[in-house]
Design a binder for this molecule. Structure first.
Ligand code: ZN
Ligand code: ZN
Length: 458
């Protein structure tokens, strides 16, 4: 069997340097080696056993309440403890709070603080790349639990600095005694509370222990999957993190993940008072009780800058989809005499601010009537268009730009458009993030900054 499998595997696998199983192709003969059986037991098998036992275990009201309370406590162990305190150092916890968070966090059965935080820092540093241990680019299911139930090559996970965690005695102690912590806080403690409290050892074990582990695991796993898949991206859309109320409800407030990836050391995930972030409220309460201090918060000014830039990016995309007419620099140059000549020969050419427009197809649609537009043909209509006859709207200037056909060679005698040249076209063009020109309202080159005063007699 072994010889057969080595024959079938890739030539790399039989090379003297051992290739990690995760880097080998999954085949019918080696699939079981790809599976992380310990994690399968912890996150798949145990809940199935729990479900089986729940059919034979009555659920008492007190046990149900205790299971929910312990769900929140162990959930906060992960969100307020593992995540915001240790992985991101977004606040400082006093020793009693650290011990509490390390204990209940262990009860969530999601690995030690040290292991969890190292992976999470890699996730932030290398988001969506191969070095991201739970990259959503490998699929939603992979980011949810595939990364745990399938073996990963630890060398492929991005490197991060955890020297601060190695100096934290609570983290070190929890890592060394992890199995004891998991068994006691995950299963024994919830059973003891229900047993000593109201005599329901089995209910405590099944509901507040096993099934509660399942729910708290699935909830926090959603931060890696759902929070990178569902919702809005108000701060940056280059990577996958997203904000959504549903994810927030499921994950004790970790659902404002686009914000979190932009401002990871902020103790908040939700910045608005009406958004659901119980982890933030928990940390804030700990501060009021004197158990937490140095709560880190980004200035609103910084947050709003990010939000504005992302809005600008979205506007740029909309702008790029619109037709803004041929760019001035791409238009052919026409002598003024040639322009007059063509207009005499029946082409409805009108010059506004040195730009020649062919209005032939538009004459019948002109809101001001045919006669008005005809009176400008073959002429420099800069003044007429800009207040001499009618001070055209911004929309009219936009529309006019679609009819551009040429620009008049400089040095033309017409003084009025020279003025327009000075006012509009010598200004450096504003461009968006992609380098495309931005024409702001009222900034079409055909528009005079100071409208031409209509002669009282006209
Ligand atoms: Zn993330
Ligand atoms: Zn994070």
């Amino acid at each position: 069997m072994g010889a057969e499998s080595s024959k079938k595997s890739s030539p790399k696998a039989s090379a003297p340097t051992k290739v990690h199983i995760a880097d080998q192709e999954i085949t019918w003969t080696n699939w079981y080696q790809h599976v992380n059986w310990l994690n399968i037991t912890l996150i798949v098998a145990i809940p199935i056993i729990g479900l089986y036992y729940s059919m034979y275990t009555p659920l008492y009201r007190k046990t149900a309440i205790w299971a929910v309370l312990y769900y929140f406590a162990t959930g906060f162990g992960i969100t307020a403890g593992y995540h915001r305190c240790w992985a991101h150092c977004s606040y400082t916890a006093t020793l009693p709070l650290k011990i509490f968070l390390a204990a209940v966090g262990g009860g969530a059965v999601e690995g030690s603080i040290r292991w969890w935080s190292r992976d999470h820092r890699a996730h932030h540093r290398y988001t969506d790349t191969d070095k991201d241990p739970y990259s959503v680019r490998k699929g939603l299911l992979y980011s949810h639990l595939g990364w745990m139930v399938m073996k990963q090559n630890p060398k492929r996970i991005g490197r991060t600095d955890i020297s601060d965690l190695n100096e934290d005695s609570v983290v070190v102690w929890q890592h060394k005694n992890y199995l004891t912590v998991v068994i006691f806080m995950g299963l024994i403690f919830p059973a003891l509370v229900a047993g000593l409290g109201w005599g329901d050892y089995l209910g405590g074990f099944v509901y507040a222990g096993i099934l509660r582990i399942f729910f708290v695991q699935q909830a926090t796993f959603c931060v890696n999957s759902l929070a990178h898949w569902l919702g809005e991206q108000p701060f940056d859309d280059r990577n996958s993190p997203r904000d959504h109320i549903i994810t927030a409800l499921v994950t004790l407030g970790e659902g404002y993940h686009n914000f979190h990836h932009e401002f990871p050391s902020d103790y908040r995930n939700a910045i608005e008072w009406f958004q659901y972030d119980p982890t933030k409220w928990f940390i804030w309460t700990m501060k009021q009780l004197g158990l937490a201090y140095d709560l880190k918060q980004f200035r609103t000014n910084e947050i709003e800058k990010g939000r504005l830039q992302q809005q600008q990016k979205k506007l740029d995309r909309i702008r790029a989809r619109l037709d803004w007419g041929i760019q001035l620099e791409n238009l052919p140059v026409m002598e003024f005499e040639e322009f007059q000549e063509q207009a005499r020969n029946g082409r409805a050419l009108i010059t506004v601010a040195g730009v020649v427009h062919d209005m032939t197809s538009f004459i019948k649609d002109h809101p001001g009537g045919k006669a008005m537009i005809n009176s400008g043909i073959g002429k420099d209509a800069t003044a007429m268009f800009n207040g001499g006859v009618y001070n055209h709207s911004n929309a009219a200037h936009n529309l006019l730009s679609n009819f551009r056909v040429a620009v008049i060679r400089g040095g033309c005698e017409v003084e009025i458009w020279k003025q327009a040249q000075r006012e509009n076209k010598d200004v450096e063009a504003i461009t968006d993030s992609t380098g495309a020109k931005i024409i702001r309202a009222g900034a079409q080159p055909t528009r005079l900054t100071v409208p031409f005063e209509a002669a009282p007699a006209s």
